[in-house]
Design a protein around this ligand. Structure first.
Ligand code: NI
Length: 210
């Protein structure tokens, strides 16, 4: 093989590799059955993430952000039929709270907001939350109310067409948001953030009075 041919082959091979990697990357982030990975979130500025909501908790009581004023909120959007990130995220949140001294954990209110209000009524959410931290509050609402809450927290979600059994997995963002007692955004984690890391951050924020 002449040097020119060899070089051409190397360039071709490298190009093919780059294209293959780009496809793999695109598949990973946009694959149909994958959760939507957490996007970039700015840590500067105010009011970029968060806002008012009016939803119904697992006991059927209407709740708004005002009900949780003065608490640090640890908020996750998901759905009870999720077989991917949701159980992991909610378990991490629960374990993080378990690791904290009661006086610190008591300042933090964990919230689970469904992105699947069609299936997640208060009773379904109450059943699901038995698996997680006892202080966790689960919220549902009309499609419009859920849409507004998800928009405020910049959580993308999309439900595909149900399969022949009527089942479906909602694609959704997997950020776990930490909000300050005044409702402003402090930090975010993900379903893969170790509980110890979440616990440390919570302790730091609560003790620092941020
Ligand atoms: Ni999920």
């Amino acid at each position: 093989m002449s040097p020119l041919f060899r070089r051409a082959f190397i360039v071709l091979g490298a190009s093919a590799l780059v294209v293959a990697m780009a496809f793999a990357f695109a598949w990973y982030f946009a694959g149909e059955n994958r959760e939507i990975r957490t996007g970039e979130v700015t840590r500067t500025g105010t009011a970029a993430i968060g806002g008012s909501f009016s939803l119904v908790d697992q006991h059927g009581v209407r709740r708004s952000e005002a009900d949780f004023a003065g608490k640090y909120l640890l908020i996750y959007f998901g759905f009870t039929h999720c077989v991917d990130a949701c159980p992991v995220a909610l378990l991490s949140m629960s374990q993080a709270l378990d690791r904290l001294p009661p006086e610190i954990a008591g300042e933090v209110q964990p919230l689970f907001i469904t992105v699947d209000p069609a299936r997640d009524d208060p009773a379904q959410i109450a059943l699901y939350l038995e698996n997680f931290h006892p202080t966790m509050v689960g919220l549902t609402g009309t499609a419009a109310e859920i849409g507004a809450a998800a928009k405020a927290y910049r959580v993308p979600f999309d439900a595909p067409k149900p399969d022949e059994n009527g089942d479906y997995q909602v694609q959704h963002g997997t950020a776990i948001y930490l909000m300050a007692p005044d409702g402003s955004y402090l930090a975010h984690f993900d379903h893969v953030t170790p509980p110890g890391e979440i616990a440390q951050a919570l302790q730091r924020y609560v003790e620092g009075g941020a």
